[in-house]
Each structure stands twice: as structure tokens, then as C-alpha cells.
Ligand binder design. Structure first.
Ligand SMILES: Nc1ncnc2c1ncn2[C@@H]1O[C@H](COP(=O)(O)OP(=O)(O)O)[C@@H](O)[C@H]1O
Ligand SMILES: [Mg+2]
Length: 314
């Protein structure tokens, strides 16, 4: 089956900055693709090009067969976009915002009101519908923003970091809404900095770094590149990092990853944790434990450097 979104060698530069250095990706009909990467890796640029807000410098992208440059008007009619920063008007109420958007999309006054009412209900905003958006919490705003992008019943939805800055409860609410949309058949391209979010929502992942695709696959396949669990150790004294690295190397036959804070990590399990604990009895430790891989770990494994350094460099 034809992919819903098809991206081929897409490039974009801003002055001296290469935002996209030629990326390829496809999104299957009715699936959720997670576009994962640290700040500055090109996520927003990709979404803006795909939603026709920005012209690429090279390469090609289509949405449901329509070229995003040559056939931008057709694409605009098919997609919804929730930006990284809430696009709703603070001085209007929730229902006024949605009604306004519906009117801009050429719905009649009656249709617009009923679509708005349906969406506030669906997003748990009915009680707050008549309140000005400036009184809304971050989670309510984000839900209104999501509702706003659905007014036109898009077949394809772009969500640019939909939960950045939300607390866990509100994040879960947004996740539930995304799951429901996907279950109803909406094709979703979601950007995120969080592996956990991609893991929860996306069937397929594309990892960006400096405007390039550095990995793609399912969440499970990406994490398997890192290993099931990671053992992490932080010696109390920086001067012990070398000693700890040597011992980890001996026990695992692999060189541990070392982050800028002096934390060492290596794929491992409870048995390794015990062995390491025994060998490090004489070394004062600040931390020792097991955890699941994070995006930073995926980065560290894929690129040999932490994602944070990325931001500094960018
Ligand atoms: N309007 C702009 N002008 C100049 N540089 C930009 C602009 N927008 C983005 N960039 C740069 O392009 C790169 C990619 O940015 P962006 O797509 O926003 O990344 P992300 O969404 O992953 O954080 C970054 O280096 C960023 O600083
Ligand atoms: Mg962004």
C-alpha cells in the first residue's frame, strides 16, 4: 500500500545552518510514526515542511500522494497541525477558539458551533468551554490545541512535541487522545524528545540527529541496540572513573559509555549488578543501579556521544 507520507532526500538550510541534510522516511496509513531527536535535530523543520508552512530547499515530500510544494493547497486540506507552542487565542474562550477555526474552514455557523461543542466534550473541556483560554492549565491548553487541529477532520495529523512541558497526568491525557485518534484511523506523525513517549505511542520510529536520520525501526528494535537494561555507576570521586571503567570492561567485555557527569553505563542485568557491587566494594559510589534505556542512551549508543552535547554544539 502507498505510504500516507513519503519523504525523499528532504533538505533545508537556514543561512549557514543545515536543518535537514537530506532525510528519507515513510509513514504507513493509520500508523503513528515517532520522529525522535534532541533539540535542534530538525523535527519542527520536517513537520513545517510536511504541513506546507515551509518550503524545502531540496528533495521531495508527498502527503496522500500530493506534493507538499507543488500541491500545497491539497495537502493543507488533508492535514492538521498541533505546534510546539499553543496556537489558540488566549483572550477567547475555548468554544470561541474552536468555532472561529471551524468558520475559517468554511463551516456554516450552525455546523461550526456543533463541531466545537463536540470537540470540547471529547477533550474533557466542556466545563471550561465558556472560560477564556488564559485561565486554562497547560494540559487544558494542549488539549484545546489538539482539538483545534481536528476541527477540519484531518486524515493526517502532525503533533510537534505535544507533551513537552506537561506534568505526567496531563501528558497521559494527551497520550490517551493520540491513541484514540490513531485507533480511529488517523495517520499521526509525532515529534518528541522522549523515548518513553515514542515508545508509548509510536509503532515506527525515526531518529534524527543534526538533520540526518541516524536510525529507524520499531521502539523494540531501537532499544535492543542499547540492550534491555542498563547498569549505571557514578563513582563519588571523578578520579575513580578510570578504575570503574576498567572493572566494567573486564566484567562485560565491552567499553562502558561515559557521560559528561562521570556516569558510566553498560548493558546489564541483576547478575551483573551483583558482580559489579562486589568488585567495587572498595570504591566510594554516588550511584549504582539498573534502569531502562532512555533517549540519551540510544543516542550514546548510536552516536557515541550524549544528546545534551548536541544542544551545546547546535
Ligand atoms: N527560522 C530559523 N532560522 C534559523 N535557524 C533555524 C530556524 N528554525 C530552525 N533553525 C535551526 O535549524 C535547526 C533545526 O531546528 P528545528 O527543526 O527547530 O529542530 P527541533 O524541532 O528538532 O528542535 C536548528 O539548528 C535550529 O537552530
Ligand atoms: Mg522543535
Amino acid at each position: 500500500m502507498e505510504p500516507v507520507i513519503s519523504v525523499d532526500g528532504l533538505r533545508k538550510t537556514y543561512g549557514d545552518t543545515t536543518a535537514l541534510a537530506g532525510i528519507d522516511l515513510t509513514v504507513r496509513r493509520g500508523s503513528v510514526l515517532g520522529l525522535l531527536g534532541p533539540n535542534g535535530s530538525g523535527k519542527t523543520t520536517t513537520v513545517r515542511i510536511l504541513s506546507t508552512l515551509l518550503r524545502p530547499d531540496g528533495g521531495r515530500a508527498t502527503v496522500l500522494g500530493h506534493d507538499v510544494v507543488a500541491d500545497a493547497a491539497a495537502v493543507r486540506g488533508l492535514v492538521g497541525l498541533t505546534g510546539q507552542y499553543a496556537a489558540v487565542d488566549d483572550s477567547l474562550t475555548g468554544i470561541q477558539n474552536l468555532t472561529l477555526i471551524a468558520r475559517l474552514l468554511d463551516l456554516s455557523r450552525t455546523e461550526a458551533r456543533s463541531r466545537a461543542a463536540e470537540l470540547v466534550e471529547r477533550f474533557g473541556l466542556a466545563d471550561a468551554a465558556e472560560r477564556r483560554v488564559k485561565t486554562y492549565s497547560g494540559g487544558m491548553r494542549r488539549r484545546l490545541d489538539l482539538a483545534a487541529s481536528l476541527v477540519g477532520r484531518p486524515s493526517v495529523l502532525f503533533l510537534d512535541e505535544p507533551t513537552t512541558g506537561l506534568d505526567p497526568r496531563h501528558r497521559n491525557e494527551v497520550w490517551d487522545q493520540v491513541r484514540t485518534l490513531a485507533a480511529e484511523g488517523t495517520t499521526v506523525l509525532l515529534t518528541t524528545q522522549y523515548l518513553e513517549e515514542a515508545d508509548q505511542l509510536a509503532e515506527d520510529l525515526v531518529v534524527l540527529d543534526h538533520g540526518r536520520v541516524i536510525a529507524s525501526g520499531t521502539p523494540a528494535s531501537l532499544k535492543s541496540e542499547v540492550g534491555g537494561q542498563l547498569l549505571h555507576v557514578r563513582p563519588l570521586n571523578r578520579s575513580d572513573v578510570g578504575t570503574v571503567a576498567g572493572i566494567l570492561g573486564e566484567l562485560t567485555a565491552e567499553a562502558p559509555a561515559i557521560d559528561p557527569t562521570g556516569q558510566l553505563s553498560v548493558a546489564g542485568d541483576a547478575a551483573l549488578l551483583q558482580a559489579v557491587g562486589a568488585r567495587l566494594a572498595e570504591v566510594p559510589l554516588a550511584e549504582l543501579g539498573l534502569r531502562l534505556p532512555s533517549l540519551d542512551d540510544v543516542f550514546l549508543t548510536l552516536t557515541g556521544r550524549p544528546a545534551e552535547e548536541e544542544e551545546v554544539a547546535a
